[in-house]
Write a protein that binds this ligand. Structure first.
Ligand code: UFG
Length: 331
């Protein structure tokens, strides 16, 4: 079984590639390293002791895409490639709309041409915007609060139209909650080049003393300790969810969306305190104003993924904190 992984050198793509190779799938990967590092490719090979085919380039490059589809009999495509920084998307919306939408449209056109109609798409819990009800179910109202989120929702809609137009498509939309952690080998993980926007990468930079202290965005939310609550999921669990989604698209047609989360919410302070305890490091922090656009709480109802994909996350918040720190100490 041959899988094309777009954006496979990124945080979630690399962990998913490891799980796929471990399960004996053949991998063809495309990545332009816009937010990743070439060294990741070797690290994947070291972890798995397996090889894969790699193309350096952009998913929007039609000539390259045609070459890939003509050289390989692809069975399933997992589409990770895309820009993902919320703040940047507010400042440069056109960059986000162009890249995320065009690449997906061109990819789907090529898939159609080569009659490869099985797709797993990286979406995000950001498509729920400000949720009315917790935990969040897949049939909740969809709305977005920033251009990045809007690209995800627009792509979901494009894929739905595609599945309606031709019932031989088989598409799984995966709505990720907050992926953190790293592979237990410590060889791959998340290490943003710039000052991180997300909580765990920021905590890691404070733990290694690259940054002085963490700023906690508000402690006056309606949560158990006043800080924001999120559904953190270990990236290796998330990666395993993609294998389940591949199995699903291989055996059924149509389109469906699945939450990938643990179903449990932890606050910023829960995560910081667990990180300090598990890793025996100090994370100095200051409470500052709320970050505009943030919501108080967001966590998944994961029963649909359990029922339809047979997927359930097993790793704990302690595992996430330990593996994240282990990776950053190694890098
Ligand atoms: N936070 C801080 N300080 C920081 C960074 C974050 O206190 O330096 C807080 C936030 O206020 C929030 C929590 O930590 O309460 C998590 O924030 P993240 O930025 O790590 O994650 P978000 O939930 O805001 O957003 C993430 C991804 C989005 C995705 C969304 C899906 O960044 O791409 O989850 O729910 F869309």
């Amino acid at each position: 079984m041959k899988i094309l992984v777009t954006g496979g050198a990124g945080f979630i793509g690399s962990h998913t590639t490891v799980e796929l190779l471990n399960s004996n799938y053949e991998i063809v990967m495309i990545d332009n390293f816009s937010n990743s590092n070439k060294e990741v490719l070797n690290k994947i090979k070291i972890i798995t002791q397996k090889d894969f085919v790699f193309y350096e380039g952009d998913v929007q490059d039609n000539i390259l895409l045609e070459k890939i589809f003509s050289e390989h009999n692809i069975d399933v495509v997992i589409h990770f490639a895309g820009y993902k920084a919320v703040g940047e998307s507010v400042k440069q919306p056109l960059k986000y709309y162009e890249n995320n939408l065009y690449s997906t449209i061109e990819l789907c056109q090529m898939m159609e041409k080569y009659k490869v109609k099985k797709l797993v798409f990286s979406s995000s819990a950001t498509v729920y915007g400000q949720p009315d009800k917790l935990p969040i179910k897949e049939d909740s109202k969809l709305m977005t609060t920033n251009p990045y989120g809007t690209t995800k929702l627009m792509i979901e809609n494009i894929l739905k139209d595609l599945a309606v137009s031709d019932e031989t498509w088989s598409i799984a939309i995966l709505r990720y909650f907050n992926p953190i952690g790293a592979h237990e080998s410590g060889l791959i993980g998340e290490n943003p080049k710039d000052i991180p926007n997300n909580l765990m990468p920021y905590i890691m930079k404070v733990a290694t003393k690259e940054l002085d202290n963490l700023n906690i965005f508000g402690n006056d939310y309606n949560t158990h300790d006043g800080t924001g609550v999120r559904d953190y999921i270990h990236v290796v669990d998330l990666a395993k969810g993609h294998l389940k989604a591949c199995e699903k698209v291989l055996k059924s047609n149509g389109i469906d969306a699945y939450n990938l989360g643990t179903g449990t919410g932890y606050s910023v302070l829960d995560l910081v305190n667990t990180f300090m305890k598990v890793n025996q490091v100090n994370i100095p922090y200051k409470i500052i104003d709320r970050r505009p656009g943030d919501i108080a709480s967001c966590y998944a109802d994961n029963s649909y993924a359990k029922e339809k994909l047979n997927f359930e996350a097993t790793k704990t918040i302690e595992d996430m904190c330990r593996d994240a720190f282990n990776f950053i100490k190694n890098s």
